[in-house]
Design a protein around this ligand. Sequence first.
Ligand code: AGP
Length: 628
Amino acid sequence: MTLHPSDALERKKILEEKFMCGIVGYIGEKKAAPILLDGLTKLEYRGYDSAGIAVDCGENIFIEKTVGRLDALKDKLKNRLPEGTVGIGHTRWATHGRPSDSNAHPHTDCHGNFVVVHNGIIENYLPIKEDLIAKGHKFSSETDTEVIAHLLEEIYRGDFVEAVREVLNKIEGSYSLAFMAKAHPDILICAKQDNPLIIGLGRGENFIASDIPAIINHTRQTYILNDGEIAVVKKNSVQILNRQGKSVDKKIFHVTWNAEAAEKGGYEHFMLKEINEQPKAVRDTMSKRIAKDGGAIILDELNWDKNFLDGIDKIYIVACGTAYHAGLVGKFYIEKLARKLVEVDLASEYRYRDPIVDEKTLVIVVSQSGETSDTLAALKESKRLGAKTLAITNVVGSSIAREAHQVIHTWAGPEIAVASTKAYTTQLILMFMLALYMAQICETLSDERIRELICRLKKIPAQISETLSDVEPIKTFARQYGFNEDVFYIGRALDYDVALEGALKLKEISYIHAEAYASGELKHGTLALIVEGVPVIALATQKSVYEKTLSNIKEVKARDAIVIGIAAAGDTELEKYLDHVIFVPETDELLIPLLTVVPLQLLAYYAAITRGCDVDKPRNLAKSVTVE
Ligand code: AGP
């Protein structure tokens, strides 16, 4: 098979990017297989769609791997667990490339002498693969990972560590890797670049893992590998080398978390962990989709052209809950940047309203889980009516991803908490990029405006981190107002769309009655509810409607409401009228929802804590509503 880097679709199909996979390894006196499977189970909160293990059994290296949940692997291994005491294992959370047995890890060279598991991306795998094919190597998967095993086979001349070092000097990308070699049954080698990897230190045994939960039941003494480091792991010793092969002194990191906390990365709840994962989730979702010169958005998955978009006379965005709120922001983006008419609909309404849809309609469905029944039904109804369909979802291989004509994925990693946070911000980012991509094709924006917006876009992950860095005022507000039974959120334009999401967050995890209102609507009824002491969260970041919003805020202040403002840094006006103001970093007002939603997520989280609610599993709710 000849692979051409220029063939973007081929590259997308083949490139198996793995932001959230899990790696485990064991070397010692005990049977490795049960330890590997237990370790993979502890990583399942990271989500996965295929898994596998390799165990050295003397004569050969035993490998079993399968698509599906970890139970599918355990079923395949029933009554045939290998005896060996050295092994590695892997779980894959697909972001590119459908899950399959052949794409599951571990991967080997032509003769099964070298075995590798991998989390990350090998950027330059295509030319290396082509060169190896020319040298006669036979590949059995479409993954970038398998290239590493064949490259090791090509380079190896007897020194396993040296050969791995040479392989690492030839590959480019982000990765955590674990290697085995049939000729070296007493060694595991692992390497880290960008993706996490730790070594668990035992007595007469040692462990490798992507994350602490996989080893915490065996040892709390660990080495946390840094980028560029290689670990040579034997059952009685661990040597850490740098890329030049020189020994590195490592301090032991003693894990104090309990097992359950370890799954949350040390955070008290998955929701707080996922709120704090947003900078990485947004960065991952942007990665590979911005041209290297920063002048364009690349959506290989779509491959749209002007002809396609000229054939579209209406766009619907259809979703539920938080995804619906993201759709409202998406409407704003597409209409503003690509000048295309967009209607946003709740899936549960759209599917029963006999919508006006035909072959000139594009229906975009948004769904974190890719399994929400109303959204899936709306998608099927749209296809039946002849629409072109695009899914924006976080789960590769999900029902919605498979049903839509085209799909683009958020790369937020598994979202465990019922309350959606990082999925929302990655949906916004993806819709912003989609709107820019459409603007490029329709030529509705100048090149310099596109470049300026992309420059702003690239700063968002760091600005989310900045917004997350000062939670104390928000904790205080949550304690002060967490026992109110009614809270109002107001804003105009994009601020209103974010206010809706903020109100939903507060409702669903703290059980406080919260309502979001377009602030221009207050005088048409809701103002009757604004009395002394009622907390109002007022978003005021949209310059185009700032004066109007300010006058609405004065209206509620005049009725002695307690008003907490959310404003852009540099706004000196709002503080004159408000009890409290939370500032978010300055950015283009189109991108500011990525930042203003963060304090609202945290406010909901700390209010729920104040009220002793079950933050990750709120009453009556499910993470994915797969029933009508
Ligand atoms: C949001 O916090 C809720 N968990 C809920 O509204 C959710 O957004 C909705 O059920 C849609 O789920 P989906 O994105 O998986 O389709």
